[in-house]
Ligand binder design. Structure first.
Ligand code: RIB
Length: 294
């Protein structure tokens, strides 16, 4: 059976909600605070597992309480944890999130996520088989992303690069990845000087640009395809992009044609914004069945 492997970050999200965001040097009073498991890698793994796939998480946590809670959360969501290493003496990654006016601002402190090196993950790469799907993001070292995408290309493993948060991506990585899933801002940085239609036309059936509440778009080799989103009442948009990516991997795993896989991902992402926290609104397969021909 083909498997989904997520190679990436796992963090504890420290979330504050506030009516106003402080200016530099200003103090304001917030409304609420909570901690909840997050990290782009972890969120994508949980999203894919909730949609019924066999998912392995590969990455690092610290030797602390957050690390234990992060691992327990994977177990609660049926994500395989055999690829998780505990880094002695290091704290787990944290994300410091401010929610205000239906949007978020995030500062990530990678900590243990910075230890996800090519050497550490090589044994896990060697367990993968042709046709498996790898999902990777950019909260781990850049050299690891380059190594993984190259390894996948050499071994017929399907790779999805979610280039978030943005940092420069080598041309070889763009060439070798099977799918690249930036949002509009990341796409503008990645393909400087090109609007999203031009960039998508340059990378048909590979570049999938997420458009927030407008859904997502790609170029199918003949024309631009816009795949609309499903409208919901928004509580918290944190993790919507991760849900999209996890669900896209599931759609590809199910051998859906690309437009259907993106529609499935849009539907899952639309559910995710209805709950608080990155994983709070992430749907289970049963939640989508009435709305989608799974
Ligand atoms: O994409 C959302 C995630 O970004 C949050 O869970 C936070 O951990 C940051 O990494």
């Amino acid at each position: 059976m083909r498997q989904i492997y997520v190679i990436g970050s796992m963090s504890m999200d420290l979330v504050v909600s506030s009516q106003v965001v402080p200016e530099q040097g200003e103090t304001v009073l917030g409304d609420d605070f909570f901690t909840t498991p997050g990290g782009k890698g972890a969120n994508q793994a949980v999203a894919a597992a909730r949609l019924g796939e066999h998912v392995h998480m590969i990455g690092c946590v610290g030797e602390d309480t957050f690390g234990k809670q992060i691992q327990q959360n994977f177990k609660d969501n049926a994500v395989q944890v055999d690829g998780i290493q505990v880094i002695e003496g290091e704290p787990s990654g944290t994300a410091h999130i401010t929610l205000s006016q239906q949007d978020n601002r995030i500062i990530v402190v990678p900590s243990a996520n910075g230890y996800v090196t090519p050497e550490r993950i090589q044994p896990y790469l060697e367990r993968m088989k042709a046709g498996d799907i790898v999902l990777i993001q950019q909260e781990i070292p850049a050299e690891t992303v380059t190594h993984v995408i190259d390894y996948c290309a050499q071994h017929d493993i399907v790779s999805i690069l979610n280039p978030a948060p943005y940092r420069e991506v080598p041309a070889s990585v763009i060439a070798q990845a099977n799918y690249i899933t930036p949002n509009e801002t990341e796409s503008a940085h990645l393909f400087e000087g090109k609007d999203i239609d031009e960039a998508a036309a340059q990378y048909p059936n590979k570049l999938i640009v997420t458009l927030g509440s407008e859904g997502a778009m790609y170029h199918n080799g003949s024309e631009i395809v816009k795949v609309p989103s499903f409208k919901r009442e928004v509580k918290d948009t944190t993790g919507a992009g991760d849900t999209f990516n996890g669900a896209l991997a599931v759609g590809l795993q199910k051998d859906y044609p690309l437009t259907k896989a993106i529609e499935f991902a849009n539907l899952a992402a639309s559910h995710s914004v209805t709950g608080m926290g990155a994983q709070g609104g992430m749907p289970y397969l049963a939640d989508l069945e009435g709305e989608f021909d799974v």
